[in-house]
Design a protein around this ligand. Structure first.
Ligand code: ADP
Length: 694
């Protein structure tokens, strides 16, 4: 049997192993295909993205964008800082790398210098005298009066502003704050756009002075609004100041406002101050732009272009710049104005936010639509460690850097088509795995069944040979007796009548026993071959039982048994096989006899129980253990004690009884307790037709 099991299991295991290894090879092949595919699509994606960016760059650097910025066009200085397409900060340099655009406004306040022909005027004489009195003689009252006359003596606003400033200064020195307040108020309101002799615009200067004067008059709160306005105008670039002057006033105004607004103050003012601070200052950005150009871009550009003049390289390129910890990318190109026979250098600083958040998604979306290649752009240091599942970088995604554009980003490339392929492969693998598992399972199950059948077959074979041994023994005993007494009767003529009749009796009894046994064997073989048929006739079961019992009573009583007969009167007529029922009773009685060595009471009952009639045989013999109760009805089965005692049973009796009971549509039940006896009940149904006849 083991050999058989191995014969089935070994091939199964081999098949399992083979398919498993085929499996993993297939998976590996898939992985390789997918990977190489991914490389190819990655290259394609990188190429098309970068060419889209190149196109974008080329558009911005096209000469048309710069013609209006060049000095050739009129009013270029009023056109403000150029911003091509409103997104990128563009610049234009001339052949000597001077900045043409954005226009320089720094330290260049209109009319901040003395105008032509001022020196010989009466104003100038008065103004110089006033300054002398103020600075040298410290006679502030006289100087203040003189400044006033001075202001009235000229129609030129800028000069009036100079004189008014002098008067204000002197009044402050005299602690005449109310008068000074009025003077600076006039400067703030009417001369804001003019600058003083060192280029500080009165719009800023007067606002700060007014605040300081107002402190003396204890009404500074009312003067915060002009300060906020001044700050806003400063940040918006109302005065084209140098970054030093810009920084000075921005700091001055902010420190006043911060300290005044720190603890409460007017919520309205606070709100407007915060609103101003939140937006980046356009003028500051412009200043920084110029600073980046002057400090970081132009020196490198000069070097590069000087170098490329000698090689034949195209005079364009890209330049990474880090300014104030901010990464920037500059693209530049050489433009030639053929008409004017001049050379310019045009360029722009990439708006990285715009590229990252708008332009690249646009490009990658288009790419995904046309090719199915999924490209995501992530920051250089990003490891994709995030809770957001849509942003997790898949393990087998391809990560590429930009080749031509030194952006601080990477591409992450996945292929939806490949994802599909992968899930198809996975499905395939699962399907094969399940199939394999089912096959193995079935094989194992088959092996199990076969093994069980084999062991059962072996057991039956063993039982059969035991049966043959038993039955020959059983047959031999009566035959020996019959032969012995037959010979005695033949040879001994002098026997007494009594002995003679005893011998006849024994011969008759033993032949009956023999025929009973042979009947059992025949019945059994008919049952086994499925040919046992019942000759069912309607009749009186009680009478049939009584008759059988009568014929067997002698036998029982001779062995010392007392038969208690309890047959109910008035049982309905039933359909049954007379011979078979007799065989049932005789088998039960012979078992009762065989297994009751001491107490020799036997009960035979026939009674109605609901829709059935029950034939019961009870003894007070050795009983049957619980574990064997199920098995005694199996063919050839004999309990262990019985088999050991070698009482010579065939193990067929109960099998035949069960078969007969079932043949009548009934069943057999047994109740037994070791040492106390057994009770077998054959339960036969009373069919309704019989009920009707009754
Ligand atoms: P056999 O013809 O050998 O008696 P049976 O099929 O009639 O075979 O009985 C099977 C086994 O059931 C017997 O070996 C016996 O051990 C047990 N058995 C049957 N009837 C009784 C009984 N009345 N008391 C005790 N054991 C019994």
């Amino acid at each position: 049997m083991f050999i058989f099991l191995i014969g089935i299991l070994a091939p199964s295991l081999i098949v399992g192993f083979l398919s498993w290894s085929a499996f993993s090879k297939r998976r590996e092949a898939f992985r390789q295909v997918i990977e190489s595919q991914l490389w190819i699509s990655g290259e394609t994606a990188a190429e098309s993205i970068e060419s889209a960016l190149q196109e974008y760059e080329g558009k911005i650097l096209s000469p048309e964008n710069f013609t209006e910025l060049s000095p050739l066009s009129q009013d270029s200085r009023e056109s403000g800082p150029p911003s091509v397409q409103g997104r990128e900060r563009a610049f234009l340099l001339d052949a000597e790398f001077r900045i043409i655009s954005p226009p320089a406004g720094v330290d260049d306040i209109p009319l901040a210098r003395w105008g032509e022909g001022v020196y010989d005027t009466p104003f100038m004489a008065l103004f110089q005298r006033a300054e002398y009195l103020e600075f040298t003689r410290k006679r502030f009252q006289q100087a203040a009066d003189l400044y006033e006359r001075c202001a009235l003596s000229t129609p030129i606003a800028q000069l009036q502003a100079f004189a008014l400033e002098g008067r204000g200064r002197c009044l402050v020195a005299l602690a005449e704050y109310e008068g000074a307040f009025q003077v600076y108020q006039a400067l703030l309101n009417d001369y804001a756009r003019f600058g003083n002799q060192v280029g500080h615009p009165y719009g800023l200067l007067a606002a700060v002075r007014l605040y300081n004067i107002a402190r003396h008059l204890q009404l500074q709160q009312s003067l915060l609004r002009p300060l906020i306005d001044a700050l806003e105008r400063l940040r918006n670039g109302e005065w084209p100041l140098s970054s030093a002057t810009f920084g000075f006033y921005a700091e001055e105004l902010e420190s006043i406002l911060e300290s005044e607004l720190a603890d409460g103050g007017d919520p309205d003012l606070q709100r407007s101050y915060r609103a101003i601070k939140q937006n980046p200052s356009p003028y500051l950005q412009e200043l920084q732009f110029r600073q980046v150009l002057e400090e970081n871009v132009i020196p490198v550009l000069k070097e590069r272009i000087a170098f490329s003049r000698y090689s034949n390289e195209p005079q364009k390129g890209r330049l990474p710049v880090t300014f104030d910890d901010t990464y920037m990318l500059v693209s530049y190109s050489r433009l030639a104005d053929v008409q004017a026979d001049r050379i310019y250098y045009a360029g722009f600083i990439w708006n990285l936010d715009y590229i990252r958040n708008r332009k690249l998604p646009e490009i990658t979306d288009a790419l995904a639509r046309t090719t199915g290649i999924q490209v995501r752009v992530i920051d250089e240091g990003d490891r994709g460690e995030t809770r957001d599942r849509s942003r997790v970088i898949p393990k087998d995604a391809l990560s590429l850097t930009f080749r031509q554009f030194p952006f601080p980003w990477r591409f992450i490339i996945t292929q939806t088509a490949l994802e599909d392929l992968k899930s198809a492969a996975l499905r395939d693998n699962i399907f094969h795995g399940v199939l394999l598992a089912i096959t193995l399972g079935l094989m194992g199950l088959g092996a199990l069944f076969v093994a069980r059948d084999i062991s059962r077959e072996a057991e039956i074979t063993r039982q059969k040979s035991e049966f043959v041994h038993n039955i020959s023994h059983e047959l031999k005993t009566p035959l020996t007796l019959i032969r012995l007494f037959g010979e005695t009767l033949r040879d001994k003529t002098t026997l007494s009548d009594e002995t003679r009749s005893e011998a006849y009796g024994i011969i008759t009894r033993e032949s009956e026993r023999l025929s009973h046994m042979i009947n059992n064997v025949l019945d059994f073989s008919r049952i086994e071959m499925g040919r046992k048929e019942f000759n069912l006739r309607t009749g009186d079961l009680a009478e049939a039982i009584r008759e059988t019992l009568e014929s067997y009573r002698y036998h029982l009583e001779k062995k010392g048994f007392v038969v208690h007969e309890e047959i109910e009167a008035g049982l309905p007529p039933m359909e049954f096989d007379r011979e078979a029922m007799a065989s049932v009773l005789i088998n039960l009685l012979s078992n009762a006899m065989k297994f009751s060595p001491e107490n020799k009471d036997v009960f035979v009952r026939l009674a109605r129980r609901e829709d059935s009639v029950v034939l019961q045989v009870e003894d007070r013999g050795i009983g049957i253990s619980r574990s064997e109760l199920d098995k005694i009805f199996e063919r050839f089965y004999r309990t262990e004690s019985d088999a050991a005692s070698d009482s010579g049973g065939s193990g067929l009796g109960l099998t035949i009884i069960k078969h007969i009971a079932e043949g009548h549509g009934g069943k057999v039940e047994v109740r037994s307790e070791p040492g106390r006896g057994s009770e077998f009940s054959v339960i036969l149904p009373v069919t309704s037709s019989e009920e009707g006849k009754k």
